[in-house]
Design a protein around this ligand. Sequence first.
Ligand code: FMN
Length: 329
Amino acid sequence: MELREYIKEIKVGNIPVKHNVFLAPMAGVTDLPFRYICNKYGGVVYSPTEMVSTRGLVYQDKKTHKIMDMYENEKPKVIQIFGSEPDIIKQVVLRLNEDKNIDIIDFNMGCPAPKVVKNGDGSELLKDLDKVEEIIKTLTETSTKPVTIKTRLGYNKDTMTAVKVAKLCEKYGVSMLTVHGRTRDQYYTGIADLEGIKEVKESVSIPVVGNGDVVDVESAKRMFETGVDAIMIGRAAMGNPWIFRSIIEGKEYIPSLEERFNVIREHLDLAVLREREEVAIPKMRKHIAWYFKGLKHSSIARDRINKENTYEGVINILNEYYEMLKREE
Ligand SMILES: Cc1cc2nc3c(=O)[nH]c(=O)nc-3n(C[C@H](O)[C@H](O)[C@H](O)COP(=O)(O)O)c2cc1C
């Protein structure tokens, strides 16, 4: 089958989603400006927020609330939450039920970061399937909106939990399950196990999203061939919001130099409009480094930007670098 034939509308609970190529939630990356850019230039519509702490929400952490901002016309509006205490999760979901700015609640059961697992959250939950069951039950019984879960194949190769988690999802009415084809122990090393994802898909009738190592048209096709209902792309979207367009259209889209730099400037503008320069510029340095990947002499421009703290300074370096590349074209 051609890649184009896999691309279609999908329903998450009662919510229609225009197509089944998703942006993965990434803490420190998928904030509002980046999701907006991925939508505008890649056409992605399903893009959960960075993970939001349920404890942070209950204890009114200001930073936590900022993560929840959605861009105008974001559709659907998907928030990802994480935590491990059912009573706190319940309090948060009761509040989200009242929040008109949220359509779907995604719950994280896969994050391997030490600062997350040390609190018993993220992939640490996979060590205790009774807890997983209690949380899934709490989520679906409390939420008036579709609930989705994101997990890994297991904790380690001896504790493969994804099929069990999938069956719990099905039992309690979870609307969709995303599976990253790695274990917690693997972090981001090795290669995503597509057979493992296929096994999960075949074990349940709820929609399953395949995630891990989709980087281009070919790898997107291989992921769809596992039978999954949708695919989710994380790292390959960094500095490449056009990847979604490539996959949706079935052929690699390469932006011109002019388009690339216009998008960088637009992304930068959005970032500084939303946050103070001291916050926005350091965040944008890493995005700009990703956008520069593969461009000639990029290390020189990158090093200069890494020392620059103002919007004007970064714009000037971008313009100079663009002019230089244009001259060499
Ligand atoms: C910097 C970074 C931050 C991430 N943050 C989250 C997160 O907040 N929530 C989540 O479910 N997964 C998170 N992930 C995992 C991704 O959503 C995704 O599952 C993983 O990167 C594999 O997909 P990929 O191979 O397409 O990158 C993060 C990954 C990276 C690289």
